[in-house]
Design a protein around this ligand. Sequence first.
Ligand code: SF4
Ligand code: SF4
Length: 156
Amino acid sequence: MLSDILSPETCAKCRNCCIFEKQSAWELPTFSVGAAARLADHPDYPMREENGRYRITLPYDETGAAQPCPFLDPDSGCTLSASEKPFACSIWPVRVMRDTDGLLRLALYRGCPGIPAESHDALDKLLENGLRERIMEETKTDPSLILPYHPNYQFL
Ligand code: SF4
Ligand code: SF4
């Protein structure tokens, strides 16, 4: 959804996403029933159901070292089909977060080198051309998209 301003080539070079340290496991997206079913019998990925979607626990050891999402292929990227890929992944590095007044806001991950400050005007334009409404609409059917505010993000 952000391909107009963030190219797959940029992400392929960066490769920062889809791998989660224990301290950032709260950012792991929730998955559809179909995607989660593929891991149903996998002892390394216990899952819990949240409003019809599934949150996976990654197999962290005591060091909390980063673990890849189980749907990541190191060579080809995400292995999920478009219908199974979490909406949260399709809008990354934009998130929906609550501000201190409890209002839902869009927020951008500060550490994404693919959307530097020079690209923020283009991102704003994309959001105002319908993407903001599309994202907010999606939160009505998938509340797992709504995250608490974290200082690694800036509100848009
Ligand atoms: S941090 Fe940004 S540029 Fe890097 S892989 Fe993630 S979305 Fe792409
Ligand atoms: S579902 Fe796909 S895009 Fe999302 S974190 Fe996992 S591998 Fe990455």
